[in-house]
Design a protein around this ligand. Structure first.
Ligand SMILES: [Zn+2]
Ligand SMILES: [Zn+2]
Ligand SMILES: [Zn+2]
Ligand SMILES: [Zn+2]
Ligand SMILES: [Zn+2]
Ligand SMILES: [Zn+2]
Length: 252
């Protein structure tokens, strides 16, 4: 094909793929056909400008979302990139990422070694039995033997002030590390208002209701005060908490 028609073909293919992706159109009848054409295209033309088609390929192949930031600086599905980094698809002199960066031998090596690392970190969820990447298990840091995936955690997670959520495996409450990791994921789907409301608390010192994410614990009695109350000490060079105890934070 001539350059102009290749470029038009790419645009058309991507637009069709985008419609299929966005509307979740069932592809079962055309799956093998698309797959064969796409692979052939990539062999000759690389992944350059083919992000929507690659996304469709990704869905057809039922990849888990193990996005990883690659050398190009963009997070891509490591399974897609691993597939196209195999020798038979790879022409080192003209192989490009969807974001136009040349996939050099070093870049390719990074894809392959990251893939192997990610595969070796996969875990099986004890609740739903599916095998997922380690990053889908946000409570593992403190619950090392409780492999419960995020979807299963999310299904019973209660986002409400004062509620302590339990691990679905050992039934103990999450410590602050795991709780923070889970909550951060949970908040991705919430509105700013709901999140802000969740964090509103009284400052122990001035009693105003504020965003507790900006509070600091300042003494051994764990008095939790707002940023303005901390700043006031910086200005006055006051080294004590309002309760008289010495500060446990630096105010310089
Ligand atoms: Zn993929
Ligand atoms: Zn890229
Ligand atoms: Zn699960
Ligand atoms: Zn546990
Ligand atoms: Zn205050
Ligand atoms: Zn105090």
């Amino acid at each position: 094909m001539e350059n102009a028609s290749i470029s038009n073909y790419k645009k058309l293919a991507n637009q069709l793929a985008k419609v299929v992706n966005e509307n979740k159109i069932l592809m079962s009848r055309y799956k093998d056909c698309f797959r064969a054409y796409f692979i052939e295209h990539v062999k000759n033309e690389s992944l350059k400008e083919m992000q929507d088609c690659l996304q469709l390929f990704h869905m057809i192949e039922l990849h888990q979302d193990s996005n990883i930031k690659l050398e190009c600086g963009t997070a891509h599905c490591i399974e897609c990139y691993y597939f196209f980094s195999q020798d038979s698809y790879f022409n080192p002199s003209q192989f490009y990422c969807t974001c136009m960066k040349k996939i050099t031998a070093r870049y390719r090596f990074a894809i392959i070694s990251n893939y192997e690392r990610i595969q070796s970190l996969k875990k099986k969820c004890i609740v739903c039995n599916s095998i997922k990447d380690e990053m889908n298990f946000p409570a593992l840091r403190s619950h090392k033997t409780c492999a419960v995936c995020y979807s299963c955690i999310e299904a019973t997670y209660i986002y409400s002030k004062g509620v302590k959520n339990n691990c679905r495996c050992c039934f103990s409450t999450y410590d602050s590390d795991s709780e923070f990791a889970i909550r951060t994921l949970f908040e991705q789907k919430l509105t700013v208002n709901i999140i802000e409301n969740f964090y509103l608390e009284h400052c122990d010192e001035c009693k105003n209701i504020k965003d507790s994410r900006q509070f600091s614990i300042i003494c051994q009695d764990k008095h939790n005060v707002c940023k303005e109350c901390v700043d006031k000490r910086k200005v006055n060079r006051d080294e004590n908490c309002f309760c008289g105890l010495e500060l446990t934070i630096l105010i310089n």
